[in-house]
Structure formats: C-alpha cells, structure tokens
Design a protein around this ligand. Structure first.
Ligand code: ADP
Ligand code: ASP
Ligand code: MG
Length: 439
C-alpha cells in the first residue's frame, strides 16, 4: 500500500462541517495516512481567519487582549464541541497558551497556535496520533529552516505512526523556540511530510479546483490547468500566483513526488497534477520552433518598485553590474527583474519606502549621475509552453494593453516568460486584458 500526504488549507478546515468534509475525504482512501492541518480560515467573506486574529493577539499581548482571545477560544471550542472532541482537552490547551501570553511571547509562537490547536482537535476526532511540528520541523537558532534535519526527524517520527495529524506552518529551534514559515506555509509542511514519508502523492486540498490559468478573484471563471510541470508552476508562483506556497515545490520536486491540488468542496473535480519534466504542460517541453507558444497561465503582484540608476560610460565597464547587484544583496533585497540599457540599469523588486531608502543609500556610494524610483508598480507575467517563437505572444500582450489604455513601464521577455510592469492601479485591468487576448 502507498502513502499519501494530505494537506488541508484554512477554508477547508474553517468549521466543524468543513472538517467533516475533509475527514470523509481522508477516510475514502486507505493511503491517506498523514494529514497536515492549517488553522481555521474564513467561513464566509466577512469572517476572520484565526491566524490573522493570532497576529492581532500578539500586538495586544502586553495589554488588553481578552476580546481577541475570547473570539479565538470560541472558534475552537465550537469546533471541538460540534465534532464531539473532549472539551476538557481543548480547554486545557487553551489555558496553557493563555498562561504563556505576555510581553515576552514571540510573534511566531502566537501565530502558530491556530495550526497547533486545529491539528490537535482533528487528531482527537480521528483517533489518530498528534505529532507536534515543534518536535519534527527544525529551524536553526537564527531562524533558518533546516531541510535535512527536518527530513530525518520527520521520517523517524512518522515511521512509528501508521496514521498521524501534523500541524502545518511552524517548527522549532533545538531549544524549543517556535518559528513559522511565511504566510501560507502549511503548504511547505505538507511537502516536507510527503518527502519524509516517500509518499506516492502530495495531495493539497483547497477551495478551488486546482491551479487556474489566472487568479479567480480577478478573472471570471478562468480555465483550469489539468497538468503543469514544477518548473512552470515555480514561474507562476514566483510571479505571484498564491494558490501554493513557493517553497512547497522544492521538497517534493527533488523527491520526484507529484502534487495534486484538489477542491475540498468539489472532490469529484480532476484538480491539477504537478510533476517533474518532461511532459506536456511543461514550460520547456514542446520547444520546437514550429509549435506556437501557448499560455500556460498568468499571474502577477502589486507593491513593486523600480529603481533606475544611470552613469555615463557605465555600459561596457566591467564589474558594474556585479557591484550593483551586490549592493542589493547587502540591503537584503531580492531583485525580481533587471533591465539594462546604455549607461542605465533598472531593478524591479518588492518593498516599501524603507527598502527603497536603504538600497539608494548604498548605491549612492557609487556616485551615479542619477537615481530614479518609480513606486506602486505591478508585475504581470505570462508563462508559456516552449521558448520560441515568441514575437506573436509579446505583440498580443502589448497590443491588448495599448487597447486598454494601459501604459507599460517596461517589459521583459525571455525563455518561457513574458513580464510587463504597469501602474498598480491598472493591475487588474492588465490581467483581464492579457487573459482575454491569450485564451
Ligand atoms: P488554502 O487556505 O487552502 O491554503 P489559499 O487561500 O492559500 O488556500 O489558496 C487558494 C486561493 O488562491 C484560491 O481561493 C484563489 O482565490 C487564490 N488564487 C490566486 N491565484 C490562483 C490561481 N492561479 N489558481 C487558483 N487559485 C488562485
Ligand atoms: N495559517 C497560516 C496562514 O494563514 C498558514 C497557512 O494557512 O498555510 O498563513
Ligand atoms: Mg494556502
């Protein structure tokens, strides 16, 4: 018999009735032996996510946090009661957390408690073992995630449990200090469990029927993507598609485990299969010049900045590019895109005013002729099959934006990606117009 690692997202586990749907899914196949749980998400559009409430709790920890805390307690006691889980168990876990709250409580400890409590309740409901991620997901004392130690610890712990529920999103340092991944990080834990158990598949159950060709909050009913390679998905998530955390790809990709994204509310839907290359749907397959590029998907993000630096005679001087990029490294900024012209360099990156100021101060030491920042930019990118021929794709994108009256601050097209930077205010219009012309 095989093993499946089965991760459920926040909306899938938002209430007792949603949790029951998930448990039906788990019990529908004997290979579903390891469940990775998120914290309860929103039950309706105007509801609050438990993790958001926990971040609020952290802000209030030294003062009056009673109101926020009571909302959190109520969600968990309601879920536990409805599922018939022993109330005293949940009350004592809540009491223990409350006793830790105070000025010295860390933000990661607070944020992680949603996954901790939800996984504990689900394990009790199923009668399965609860394995605290603090014991098996390892971070260094400086907060760096330790992949190999985690793989060994998880593998060892799970070998002794036929079935288990593991909270997503967090782990701990050797001394027990809780550390979380970035938001959406339960996807990462799911991938780690899949790798450590050599699962035949990593099932990721969410609230949409797979990866769609565009963000469904912007485009009405975007087409689903039945199959996609890890390479193309990495490109889409890097561009901003938020359905799967970007760090959930590497652990399963290297272990050759496919990921299957599925909809908890429509389990009959085929979802999206993600796997290694080569296979159709890979961004690099079908790279014959005779095959026109096809759009695999489109994604983007707002809150980007562009910094243009100019100095006469810089082009052709050796080492200038490396020096500039080094200064971004020193400012701890990852650059998303670099476009060069004669004697000018433009860097696009994510950040706020302080990010901008720190890097400008550093680049000032190179004594440039001018530095210009453009804020409130959005990047929109299209990932295609194949790398050539590309002229038709770029001209379709640019023409659709011109017809919608959206100016392109810069564009860059290489390999199987076409990226444009536009004003953030026109982000959604740009996504819609590019989508409509490429489908
Ligand atoms: P979960 O809580 O299950 O982890 P997330 O909210 O993290 O789910 O991710 C699922 C959401 O991602 C969807 O509800 C959808 O609004 C959003 N999303 C953005 N881009 C895409 C896309 N290209 N395909 C599918 N969903 C997308
Ligand atoms: N609960 C965490 C968050 O809201 C992690 C996750 O849902 O994956 O970001
Ligand atoms: Mg998510």
């Amino acid at each position: 018999m095989g093993v499946r690692a089965v991760k459920f997202g926040g909306t899938s586990l938002a209430s007792a009735s949603q949790i029951r749907k998930c448990m039906d899914i788990v019990q529908a196949h004997p290979d579903r032996k390891y469940v990775i749980a998120s914290a309860p998400g929103k039950r309706s559009a105007d509801d609050e996510k438990i993790t958001d409430l926990l971040y609020q709790l952290y802000e209030q920890r030294s003062g009056d946090y009673a109101h926020t805390w009571s909302k959190i307690c109520l969600r968990f006691t309601e879920i536990a009661e409805d599922l018939g889980v022993d109330a005293s168990k949940v009350d004592s876990a809540l009491g223990e957390i409350d006793s830790h709250l105070g000025p010295d409580t860390s933000v990661d400890y607070c944020a992680s408690r949603g996954e901790y409590l939800n996984a504990m309740i689900i394990a009790a409901h199923l009668g399965w073992s609860f394995i605290d991620a603090a014991e098996v997901v390892r971070f260094s004392d400086s907060g760096e995630f330790l992949a190999e130690e985690t793989n060994d610890l998880l593998g060892e712990a799970l070998r002794t449990h036929d079935h288990a529920v593991i909270p997503g999103f967090y782990g701990a340092t050797p001394s027990g200090e809780i550390k979380t991944f970035s938001r959406g990080g339960s996807d990462v834990t799911g991938a780690l469990v899949a790798r450590a158990t050599q699962a035949s598949v990593y099932e990721n159950w969410t609230d949409v029927s797979g990866i769609l060709t565009a963000d469904p909050r912007i485009v009405d009913n975007p087409l689903p993507i039945p199959r996609i390679s890890y390479t193309a998905l990495r490109q889409l998530t890097y561009l901003g598609a938020s359905v799967l955390h970007e760090n959930a790809i590497y652990p399963v990709r290297r272990a050759n485990i496919p990921t299957h994204i599925r909809n908890t509310n429509q389990p009959q839907d085929p979802g999206t299969w993600i796997q290694g290359e080569p296979f159709a749907g890979s961004s690099l397959a079908d790279a014959s010049p005779a095959t026109p590029q096809k759009m695999i998907g489109l994604a983007g993000r707002t809150n980007c900045l562009a910094l243009t630096v100019r100095k006469v005679q810089w082009s052709g001087s050796l080492g200038v590019g490396a020096q500039l990029l080094n200064l971004f490294d020193e400012a701890r900024i990852a650059v998303d895109l670099v476009v060069t012209s004669v004697d000018s360099w433009t860097f696009i990156f994510r950040g706020d005013t302080s990010t901008k100021e720190s890097v400008m101060a550093k680049i000032g030491s190179l004594d440039p002729d001018s530095m210009e920042v453009r804020e409130n930019l959005a990047l929109v990118g299209v990932v295609t099959t194949g790398t050539l021929p590309r002229a038709k794709t770029t001209s379709a994108i640019n023409q659709s934006l011109a017809e919608a009256g959206i100016d392109v601050f810069l564009d860059s097209s290489a390999e199987s990606m076409h990226v444009v930077a536009v004003d953030s205010l026109r982000y959604e219009d740009a996504v819609r117009s590019i989508y409509s012309v490429l489908t």
